[in-house]
Every structure is written in C-alpha cells, then in structure tokens.
Design a protein around this ligand. Structure first.
Ligand SMILES: [Mg+2]
Length: 463
C-alpha cells in the first residue's frame, strides 16, 4: 500500500528526518516549510496524509488544520499533528482544530508507522466509498452524494477486556460519553463476549494478571466473524517489544497506559470510523443487489456497473498518481460441467466461485461477473507485485476447493486461469486495461490453464 505524505515543518532538519524515515517504508514524501505552503500543496497534490508541525511562525499548525478542515476539497485528508511531548494542551487544541491524530516529538518510529498505516487504510476505504457514490450518481441509482465522512461515531459499541479495576473504571468513564461500553474483567469470558456482542471496537489490555492479553487479542482477531472489527491493545509505556509484536500480529493500533484521554479519543474514533467505512461499502453493495447493477445468478456487480466504475477508477488513480490493478479470471473447461452434470450444476459451481472471489477480496476491491464463467476484480491502490500475489492466492484456493454440483453434496475439482494487468502511470484507459488483462488471460489459457499470467506492460520484476 503506497501513500503520499505531506510533511509540514518550519525546521528543515525535521523535514529531512521524517522524509528519511517515511521513505524507508516506501512512502512518497512531499514537504512544506510553513502554513501557507502547506495549504497550497495540500490543494495541489491532495496527499493521503498530512503530518503537521504545531509551532511555526506566521501561521501555526492549529490554524492550518482549521483552514484545511473547512475546505471541502481537502477536508477528507487525515491530519496528524506533531506536538511537543510536554504540552498536553496542544492535543486538546489539535482535536478542536479537527486533527485526526497526533504524535509527539521526538518521534518514535513504531508510533509514527502505526498511525500512518492506520490512517492510510482508512483514507483508502474513504476514497473508494466516495468513488462508488460518484458511479452510483452517474448511473442514476443515487440522487446525491451522501456524507461519506461519517463523522458521527457516537453510540458505537466498544468492548473493554481489562482486569485492572482502577484503570478499567477510568477507561469506561472516559469513553462512555460517546460510546456504549461493555467492560469484561474476567479475561476467560472475553472471546465469547467478543463473538456475541456485535462490537465496533475491542480494547484488550496486555497487562493482565493471570492471562496473556496479546494471546487473547490474537485469538479474537483470528475469528472469521471478528476479522474486520478493529482491535486496540493497551501496552506498558516502556514495552516497545509488545507494541511491535502487536502491530506485526495484525492488531489495528496500541495505546500506552496510563491512557491519555485525548489520545484515546482519537485512536478509538479513527478505528471506529474505519469500521464504519467498511460497513458503508458493504451496505452500499447490498443495496445495489436489488437494483439493476448486479448479476442475478452470482450477486456480484454486473458488467455494466463494472465498466462505469472502472473508468472512474482509472481516472482517479491517474490523477492521484496511484497504482491500480485488475484481474480477469475464467473457469477452465467450464462447458464440461454443464455438458456432464447439467446447467443447474453449472450455475451452482459459478455461485460458489463468486463466493470464493468475494471472500478473497478486500473491502475496497470490487468484483464483477464479466460474462459466462468470466469474472473481474478491480484492485485500487494495488501495485503489480501485490496484484500478482493476490491472483496466485485466488488460483490456489480455487484448485483446493471442492465444488458442489448437487444438493446431495457430490463435488468436483475445478481450476481457473487468471490474467493480471496494472495501470500504466503515464496514461492509460479502462478499455486498454481490460484488453491487456484479457490478453494475459488468453495467454494463461493457451499455455495450459490453471495459471496466472501478467500483462507484459508493468509486469513485476523477475516475472
Ligand atoms: Mg516548528
């Protein structure tokens, strides 16, 4: 996942330092040395995240933040305020100015990358949601853009798992103003409650007396139905090892204890927003099922929707200088299923394939039935190597899945061939991208099927 980050600081050495850190993680960095330049660059480049210094001559960070948040063109870009460690009132002022998060100087790498990564993810979901809104309006399905910023997260359900009576009480009281909080003090009950409670966010302490909190968090995260529920862990301020481990294990973020009230407010809000965006994408899709844009058999988007959305997506990706990729897949020897077992069996197999595609796709990806036994998945912000990896995973999963052909449960083995194409950054079109994926698919078929082939244009290195 690549992202462009605008770093704003009046001290050149600070810009250089952040630039070095961020570039080492493959983020694309642009910079501004004061508030005026920051606003101009934000409008010109529309970065994915803005890291904003507080203390600057002329216009300070709070004022810049306020101005950006008032401007519809850039108000959706997440802003991280860079504040001095000692000044807690800066955090409150930052929040009031509309900042999405803050980090303190001197900048800790783990904290920096955790915040950036989590905001990049949420920005990506938000962009996709905005784009689908646009497609729906163009197709006459929707009248006007909804407020996709979904700033109101109040009433969301939070589960806290913590056996520390004093700390738990404090957290509950801080969060209860905005959220419905349930507090479990017995870690053994945590997993079951997490599963049943329909929560929007789960907080787990890693400082439990008789249990391993990180293990519990990981058990919760590995539940299929809880995969998309954001999980934050509470960690000891000094324990860098646990922070890193937690992030590596796929936890969404961490907070150090004793928890700072303002910090908790932004971290929890960011994660819940992300959850809400994912749900909005899902419900938008569900709404579309009853409309003329989905395929009746599989429930995936139909070709008509795909074409409209793809051309919007290509334009947006080119404008923002983003990667995007597309895979086109076709079931091998599908005709023989119909010929041997009948059309009902064939339909059943296609439905199962569509389900596998949906299960494998991320929320921001869009899957469509292109025709017959042919399917397309659009992958925003996906570089060629990741697209290839996703296609190979898809191929492997289909090969390993028994397909039912009747109600009695008889199964057959099937395979798919996949063609992958990536957007050319110097100029490209929806037609050309589809054509290249189609050619790659043809090549996969021609060279023996059950294969993934990448379009020669922008194939990943070593392919
Ligand atoms: Mg400064």
């Amino acid at each position: 996942m690549t992202a462009q980050i605008l770093v704003v600081d009046d001290v050149f050495a600070n810009i250089k330092l952040l630039e070095a850190k961020l570039s080492s993680e493959y983020y694309d960095v642009i910079s501004a040395k004061d508030g005026f330049e920051a606003i101009a660059k934000a409008k010109e480049h529309k970065p994915d995240i803005i890291l904003l210094d507080v203390m600057m001559p002329g216009m300070d960070g709070f004022e810049v933040c306020k101005k950006l948040k008032e401007d519809f063109e850039v108000s959706h870009i997440p802003i991280v305020m860079v504040t001095a460690l000692t000044d807690k009132s800066d955090r409150i002022k930052g929040l009031e100015a509309g900042a999405d998060d803050f980090i303190t100087k001197p900048i800790n790498d783990v904290a920096l990358f955790a915040r950036v990564k989590s905001l990049v993810r949420i920005k990506m979901l938000m962009d996709e949601l905005r784009l689908r809104d646009k497609t729906s309006i163009e197709m006459g399905i929707k009248q006007e853009a909804s407020n996709t910023l979904l700033s109101d997260v109040s009433g969301s359900r939070v589960l806290l798992i913590d056996d520390d009576a004093v700390q738990g009480k404090q957290i509950v009281s801080k969060l209860s103003d905005t959220y419905e909080v349930e507090w479990i003090q017995e870690p053994d009950d945590g997993l079951a409650r997490a599963r049943d409670g329909n929560f929007d966010l789960i907080l787990v302490s890693t400082l439990l007396t008789d249990a391993d909190g990180l293990r519990l968090a990981s058990q919760i995260k590995s539940q299929e139905e809880l995969r998309n529920v954001p999980l934050l862990v509470l960690v000891d301020d000094d324990d860098k090892r646990i922070m890193l481990k937690a992030l590596e294990m796929g936890m969404n973020d961490y907070m150090t204890v004793p928890v700072d009230k303002n910090e908790m407010i932004v971290r929890v809000r960011t994660q819940i927003r992300r959850r809400k965006y994912q749900e909005a994408l899902k419900s938008q899709y569900q709404m579309s099922i009853s409309m003329a844009i989905t395929d009746a058999l599989t429930g995936l988007y139909n070709r008509h929707y795909l074409n409209t959305h793809l051309s919007n997506m290509v334009k947006q990706a080119l404008k923002n200088g983003k990667h995007m990729a597309l895979m086109m897949m076709d079931m091998d020897h599908f005709k023989s299923v119909n010929d041997t077992y009948g059309h009902d069996a064939g339909d059943l197999v296609l439905k199962q394939l569509a389900n596998l595609i949906i299960q494998q796709s991320r929320s921001s990806e869009l899957a469509a039935r292109f025709g017959g036994e042919e399917f397309v998945v659009l992958m925003p912000e996906t570089d060629p190597a990741s697209a290839l990896a996703a296609a190979k995973r898809m191929r492997d999963i289909v090969e390993a899945t028994p397909f039912k052909i009747n109600a009695a449960g008889a199964t057959i083995q099937k395979t798919i061939s996949i063609g992958v194409a990536s957007l050319h950054p110097d100029g490209d079109s929806a037609e050309s991208l589809l054509k290249r994926a189609d050619e790659a698919l043809y090549e996969a078929k021609r060279s023996g099927r059950n294969k993934v082939t990448v379009s020669a244009t922008l194939a990943p290195k070593g392919w």
